[in-house]
Each structure stands twice: as structure tokens, then as C-alpha cells.
Design a protein around this ligand. Structure first.
Ligand SMILES: C[S@@+](CC[C@H](N)C(=O)[O-])C[C@H]1O[C@@H](n2cnc3c(N)ncnc32)[C@H](O)[C@@H]1O
Length: 294
């Protein structure tokens, strides 16, 4: 006899969609379908063809747990445990910031720079250093698309580096990336052709105004850029001369309103460098680029 407590796929989805609507969750239908597919370990398309499938009690419990977390505004990437970045899928959890599409610009710029011919590499040099690597998204995307490049990736957070190492293994670039737990570039006795950094750049004041998905769930250490958001960017600018090879470039992500202040800081700290602001696809200032003299 059929267990009357078992729920069908379609009724389960309808109930979750209604709860998400009521709670003001973004894209309630898509969210419900992605979460149910995850709870059932099936592709999302499977649900459409199996509307009348009866969930086991374990499957219903697993789905209910995900729904409860979504209702508490936990980001979808944490619920699903993954996010795509630069065409690669990364394992993501609350130990790391969720990689954002605008950060793909840093990867493009670094790869373009690495495509230029380079002199024979001396001792204590690497192709690229990624500072504040988080999930490893930038470093791993660079290593994947520059298959002979050797990189260093740093982060202050040991927890974030554990996730980054997993992602490097997943994408088979772990042999070419050294992960280092340190403050920015402290105690990294290497120079690089390229340095990338998407450091925390939200000002302490702006953090309070962030949506709950970000403010309550993403690591504070990945967001807080101090008083005006540029505290870490300024400190890193002060370390670039000692860590870039002559003619090397740094690409630092900044907030859309920080262009003029970032430009002033870079010009004051590195007067001999060529400094520019680059815009993202939305036309907003997004990257501070610094090229050292030859
Ligand atoms: C905005 S997140 C970016 C993560 C990743 N690079 C990305 O683009 O998705 C900033 C990262 O910088 C790290 N971080 C914060 N302060 C740091 C410091 N002083 N030195 C090194 N890393 C730091 C955080 O732990 C976090 O992983």
C-alpha cells in the first residue's frame, strides 16, 4: 500500500515555491527546482519527467533542510555547494566568498599578460601570484588556461585555503600552485610577472547595508576593506615593487565608486609605474592596473 505521508515531486515543488514567494526569495521556481534536484541527486531536467515520483522520507528531510536554509537567505551557491567561474565549476562553502562574474575580468587580463613572451625565468620567480585567493577561483582559472604557468596563491584564512586546495586538485592544477597562509605577500620571497588580487573592498559602513544573503552568510574577512574599503588595496600597493618583476603587471579589483581614490593611492605609492583603471562589462570602474617600469 502507498505511504500516504510520501509527497510527490510536483506537490513538493508547489509548496516550496509558495513559501519562497511569501518570504521574498529571488527566483522562487528556479530555486525550488535546483534545491529539489540537489536533494534527490538528480539533474534539474529529471524533475520535469518525474512529476509523480514519490519522495522517500530521507529525501523529503534533505529537501526541507535546504528549504529552511534558503528561507534564512543563505546564498544558493552555499546550498548547492558549487558555483561556476570562468567556465569551471568550483566547490564553494561558507568558508569562502562566492566568486562573482565581474572578477573574471582579472583572469582575462592576467592571461593576456602571460601570453606575452617572457624572459628566461630566474630563481625565486613565478608566473603569477594571486593574493586573497579565497576559493582559488582566480589562480585556478589562470593555471587551467595557462598550462605551463606556476603560481602562488595566498590567503590569511586557513579555512579558505583548504577549499582552494580542494578546487586545485579537482581541476588538476595543484602541482603548479603553491598555497600560502599569510598576510597579503608577507614572507613570500618570490617575484611574479603578474599579480592578481580581489581583496575585500567593501567599506565598513557599506557592509551594514549589504543584502542579508551577503552580510549574514559570506565571511566577514572576505568583505571588510576597512574605513573607505581600500585599506588592504593600499597595503598591497606598498608591497608590489618588491614582488613584481621589472615590466610586471598587477590587476587589483576595486569597487565601482573607488576608481579615483584607488588611482590617487597607486600614483602616490608607485610614482614610476604606469597606472590605469579598467571598466567591467557594465562600464563601471572595476580593475586598478599597475605596470612596473622595465
Ligand atoms: C573578496 S574575497 C576574494 C576571494 C577570491 N579571490 C575571489 O575572487 O572569489 C577576499 C579574500 O581575501 C582574504 N583576505 C582578507 N584579508 C587578507 C589579508 N590581509 N591577506 C591575505 N588574504 C586576505 C579573505 O580571506 C578572502 O578569501
Amino acid at each position: 500500500m502507498e505511504d500516504v505521508t510520501q509527497a510527490r515531486v510536483d506537490t513538493t515543488l508547489r509548496a516550496a515555491i509558495a513559501r519562497f514567494h511569501q518570504a521574498g526569495i529571488d527566483s522562487p521556481t528556479l530555486t525550488a527546482r535546483l534545491l529539489l534536484a540537489a536533494a534527490l541527486h538528480k539533474p534539474r531536467e529529471w524533475l520535469t519527467a518525474h512529476n509523480d515520483y514519490l519522495l522517500s522520507s530521507e529525501q523529503s528531510d534533505a529537501f526541507e533542510q535546504l528549504v529552511t536554509r534558503a528561507l534564512a537567505h543563505e546564498p544558493l551557491a552555499y546550498l548547492l555547494g558549487r558555483r561556476e567561474f570562468y567556465g569551471l565549476e568550483f566547490t564553494i562553502d561558507p568558508r569562502v566568498l562566492i566568486p562573482r562574474p565581474e572578477t573574471e575580468l582579472l583572469v582575462e587580463q592576467a592571461l593576456e599578460w602571460l601570453r606575452q613572451p617572457s624572459p628566461e625565468q630566474a630563481a625565486h620567480t613565478v608566473d603569477a601570484i594571486d593574493v586573497g585567493t579565497g576559493s582559488g577561483a582566480i589562480a585556478i582559472a589562470i593555471a587551467h588556461h595557462a598550462p605551463t604557468a606556476h603560481l602562488i596563491a595566498t590567503d590569511l584564512s586557513a579555512a579558505a585555503l583548504a577549499v582552494a586546495r580542494l578546487n586545485a586538485i579537482r581541476h588538476r592544477v595543484d602541482a603548479r600552485i603553491a598555497f600560502v597562509q599569510t598576510d597579503l605577500l608577507d614572507n613570500v620571497p618570490y617575484r611574479a610577472r603578474v599579480i592578481t588580487a580581489n581583496l575585500p573592498y567593501v567599506s565598513s559602513e557599506e557592509i551594514e547595508a549589504l543584502p542579508p544573503e551577503i552580510q549574514a552568510h559570506e565571511p566577514r574577512m572576505a568583505l571588510d576593506g576597512g574605513c573607505d574599503g581600500l585599506t588592504l588595496v593600499r597595503r598591497l600597493l606598498g608591497q608590489l615593487a618588491a614582488h613584481l618583476l621589472p615590466g610586471g603587471a598587477a590587476f587589483l579589483e576595486i569597487g565601482a565608486s573607488q576608481g579615483p581614490a584607488a588611482l590617487r593611492a597607486a600614483t602616490a605609492i608607485l610614482p614610476a609605474a604606469h597606472i590605469a583603471l579598467d571598466q567591467d562589462l557594465a562600464g563601471l570602474d572595476r580593475v586598478l592596473s599597475v605596470v612596473m617600469p622595465e
